[in-house]
Write a protein that binds this ligand. Structure first.
Ligand code: NAP
Length: 267
């Protein structure tokens, strides 16, 4: 039977756009209490208001840069005050979604830039480690609590120009697997949701704001939407407490493999 998310604390990193923003609305519709983090606080404000309209019992937001330990620690101590306030019925974090991340550039290794490499490792790998380390004390032995990391098909298949992003997401996959072993016996569930081609701000970030280049990635094909992933995240977190969805790989029907995408003719 489905486990209820009503009145449960759900923390989402990278909630200012794409999967994270859609997840805020989807968990909101389940009556959850949200803790939302990202660097763009103006965007978080809008997402929190939308989540409240969807039915969230509460939607709090705070600046978060997962690439900086001090920012992560400040964010989690802010979250702790809310979760463990005398008014809060549930005194623990029920769901942690490590979603913040993305790709920077599509250069080959020969032409790669240090700043891009460092940003990808910081957000996709070290960010998950930092947030998880800080948030774990808010997740005591709690049957049915979940940590869901966002990986990618890129963590399972390499492609040209994607060396560091693929390495980062392969790192995410192994971190998820190790964490599940480390939390053995606690009742906390650990899983990864690994999407393929999805239309969000992902390509806009990868191509540093070049909208035409970003749009071209999705030309003539039917990619996944942020809502598709949000629905899956809610499903994973609401399985009965004894069920762990270890690894979930999801691609659009038009994408049979990382580099093989069906495209209809467009004028
Ligand atoms: N779209 C795809 O095709 C696809 C496929 C597989 C996996 N993914 C993964 O899915 C996750 C979400 O991406 P998306 O597709 O939803 O892209 P998106 O629309 O660009 O969203 C990325 C989110 O991550 C946040 N973020 C990035 N760096 C951060 C940092 N240092 N600290 C805090 N937040 C940070 C961004 O917020 P701020 O900029 O406001 O900080 C934004 O909210 C990423 O981990 C991405 O790698 C995406």
């Amino acid at each position: 039977m489905k486990s209820s998310l009503k009145d449960k604390w759900v923390l989402i990193t990278g909630a200012s756009s794409g999967f994270g923003a859609a997840a805020a609305r989807a968990f909101g519709a389940e009556g959850a209490k949200l803790l939302l983090g990202a660097r763009r606080v103006d965007r978080l404000k809008t997402v929190a208001a939308d989540a409240k309209k969807s039915g969230a019992v509460a939607a709090h937001f705070h600046e978060l840069d997962v690439s900086k330990t001090a920012s992560v620690e400040e964010f989690i101590s802010w979250a702790k005050k809310l979760v463990q306030s005398p008014k809060s019925k549930a005194q623990s974090l029920h769901v942690l979604i490590n979603n913040a991340g993305g790709a920077h550039g599509l250069d080959t290794i020969a032409c790669g830039k240090d700043a891009d490499w460092e940003a990808m490792i910081q957000s996709n790998v070290l960010g998950i480690l930092r947030v998880t380390r800080s948030a774990l004390p808010l997740m005591p032995r709690d049957a049915g609590a979940s940590i869901i990391n966002i990986g990618s098909v890129a963590g399972r298949t390499a492609y040209e120009g994607g060396a560091v992003y693929c390495a980062a997401k392969a790192g995410e996959l192994q971190i998820t697997r190790a964490l599940r072993l480390e939390l053995f016996g606690t009742g906390i569930r650990v899983g990864t949701v690994d999407p393929g081609l999805a239309e969000t701000e992902f390509s806009l970030v990868r191509f540093k704001g070049d909208a035409a280049k970003a749009k071209n990635v999705y030309a003539g094909t039917n990619p996944l939407t942020a809502e598709d992933i949000a629905e899956i995240l809610v499903w994973v977190a609401s399985r009965p407490a004894h069920v762990n969805i270890d690894e979930l790989l999801v691609k659009p029907v038009d994408q049979v493999a990382v580099g093989k995408v069906f495209r209809r003719k467009t004028n």
